[in-house]
Design a protein around this ligand. Sequence first.
Ligand code: SF4
Ligand code: SF4
Length: 472
Amino acid sequence: MNTTAQVFPTFEQVVQGLAGQIGQLRAMAPQPTLSETVRVRRAIDTLIAETNADEAVWLESCIRCGQCTTACHYFQATGETKYAPMRKMNLYRKVYQREIGPFRWWYQLVTREVKLKDLEELQELVYDSCSECGRCTMVCPMGIDTASLVHHQRSALVAAELVPPELAALRMEQKHAGTVFGASSDSLRKMVDTIREKAGVIIPLDKERAEIMVLSSAVDLVGNGNGLLATAKVMNHLGVDWTICSDGFESANFGLLSGDMSLWKKQVNPIVAAAQRIGAKLLVIAECGHAYPALRWNPMLKSGDLPFEMMYMSEYLGRQAKAGRLKLSPLAGKITYHDPCKTGRRGGAFDEPRAVLKAMDADFVEMPANKEYNWCCGGGAGIFLLERATRLREESFKIKMEQVNITGAETVVVSCASCRLNFEAGRVKNHWDKKVESLVELVAEHLIDEAPAIPLKPLHAIPINEDQGAIA
Ligand code: SF4
Ligand code: SF4
């Protein structure tokens, strides 16, 4: 029962299964209901509402130096100038200049008004060809945060009913059912039972009080049970007081991905409420890159005021490794690590995943561009789900492959389900001779002194005392 891969399908099979579900999303997307005039006005009003001092300065200060152009993987992979980061803010700048800038009277005379067609053309620039990775900001001499400007434009396209169909379908599902891909609290309970029955690993679901609350994700529940199994093995190994709350477990946030601020907040509220109810001191966010900004950098959530800390899974593992609390067997072969943009460049979690690999005595080698300058894999911010973005995603992934190939590593470790989906799809597509591993699953496979199997009972059906979370 030590090998997670024996219990559930391989990640390659997970990707295949998910591809089938993604293929059905286009047909499920809602159709526009508003008039053209209203849709355009709503987009403009959204941009006006989201423009504060930072945005105004960024929109005013681009000196057209072009430094950001080659920093963007979508431009680098295609050579198409329309994908240059500075071009992705053109429409936003136009709205700013015409509506709220100091010379708006002038711009209203010399520029034409925004039309629906302009917004339709914007869709590809802010959804398909920007993973909001922030790499362009690293090189911009003016410090312009293009990713943030892109995100505001996603919000404008939500208002204009112009979300790409796959994201629109998942946004609607999460809005109405609170979940995606049908991964409900029942799915969680079933997965908890399956893990207990097949792997003998207990997940202390719905404890009334716990120090640590762990999040899961739809990918864990509808396909990759290995992720949740690995998480449970690690938490039990550490002997900590932990739980997962069935009324606040979902990391995935299609409010953030689509640009729907109200859904973003709505999806976060039950998580925060559950953590407060159980008295959690720490919220551990599953390996889901966009869940990190959805929670930790949530502008609608004053995280400093919350009675608990939030940590990404790689950060939590890294701190445990640094404290000598993770007993891990050595990892064979040369490996490298891919920093997810949201937790790495935008979140600063660089040392922690490396500390975990060090605890496995790994023969670790960095990619030529690493940490802050790491190349995005090309599939983040929902792009993996967009059929129309397949060419862009696949071409930009070749940059990532080259980076990994230079290291000579046999294995690339990732700590984000979205990156991992893209890596796995790219590996299969290119017959790439590398292994792609999740950090938490790798840790679970290398634990020494793993917890013993537990007698089988439906855990969620019996009262759980706090000691059951501490299986050492
Ligand atoms: S944030 Fe990343 S994907 Fe978006 S324009 Fe900048 S470099 Fe390109
Ligand atoms: S690097 Fe900054 S200032 Fe230069 S073109 Fe890009 S966004 Fe504009």
